[in-house]
Design a protein around this ligand. Structure first.
Ligand SMILES: [Zn+2]
Length: 287
């Protein structure tokens, strides 16, 4: 219940709809579910107990219970043991040979985070809504938000891009995929091809004029940073939605990363607004 509330909060904070894949919500913020954070606290507390004097009753109790109790026991120490097993941590060894506080804290945090990031990435890779997202290592995606840190005008553009990246932007193919009723996937602007993300971002003839100068300026920006220019419309759309992938390939510095990230978000938001304007015109003309 608490996890659902926490996840909902993370979605709201990022301006993402409730239907966004759960794994995406955590990965974008480089955070882990509440369950994992509770595990960190419990193992942290266990670490404190292991560092008590050898004869301290609590440490003796921990040692005795872990030695004699079976898994069905309701003992707190057995519950902690079950948690430790998830992360392949041998509690008995830790109690008999305690670790320094900071070393233990860091180990617990890294082990649990790594475990959950792997789980979340594996889950994300099974979601068709995330098929445009190049899901990489832990921490890569936090940069999307950090790039607009302190620039409030970029927040709206970033939200638009994240909706596109997480498959929650309402183009026709996305609507058709998640709608219980039959939806025509044809692009409502040019009426020629299915409205996929690549079609919308790179190919739609109706958006060509407005897209042309934005794309040219984005390309010039990439060239100025000596970055590889994508070869195909699909590669372009992947690069724009994922932003930082173009930077990572070249090990560019933080400021270049922020530049490219914000340029990609602004490009997506600009096309989104133009699409909205055109759709409104079409609706007005037909009414
Ligand atoms: Zn079109």
């Amino acid at each position: 219940m608490l996890e659902i509330f926490y996840r909902k909060l993370l979605k709201q904070v990022q301006g993402l709809p409730d239907t966004t894949a759960n794994a995406a919500v955590y990965l974008l913020l480089d955070t882990v579910p509440l369950e994992a954070q509770i595990h960190m606290r419990i193992l942290g507390l266990l670490g404190n107990i292991t560092r008590l004097e050898v004869n301290h009753p609590l440490r003796a109790l921990a040692l005795r219970q872990l030695s004699v109790k079976d898994k069905k026991s309701a003992s707190w120490f057995m519950y902690t043991q079950a948690i430790a097993e998830i992360y392949e941590i041998n509690l008995f060894q830790i109690i008999t040979a305690p670790w320094p506080k900071l070393t233990w804290k860091r180990f617990v945090k890294n082990t649990i985070t790594e475990y959950w990031q792997e789980q979340l990435r594996a889950e994300a890779e099974t979601k068709t809504s995330l098929n445009m997202w190049l899901i990489r290592g832990a921490g890569d995606n936090i940069k999307i938000w950090s790039a607009c840190c302190g620039k409030t005008h970029l927040v709206e553009a970033t939200i638009t891009r994240l909706r596109m990246l997480t498959g929650r932007y309402q183009i026709q193919t996305a609507r058709a995929k998640f709608n219980q009723f039959e939806v025509d996937t044809t692009c409502p602007l040019c009426k020629k091809d299915p409205e996929t993300m690549t079609h919308f971002l790179m190919e739609c003839e109706s958006l060509e004029q407005v897209r042309c100068h934005k794309l040219t300026s984005l390309q010039l920006q990439l060239e100025s940073h000596k970055m590889r220019i994508p070869d195909t419309p699909y590669q372009w759309s992947l690069a724009i939605l994922n932003g930082g992938i173009m930077v990572d390939e070249n090990n560019a510095c933080k400021s270049v990363y922020a530049d490219v990230e914000s340029a990609c978000s602004r490009y997506c938001h600009y096309l989104h607004r133009q699409r909205d304007i055109m759709l409104n015109c079409i609706i007005m003309e037909s009414s």
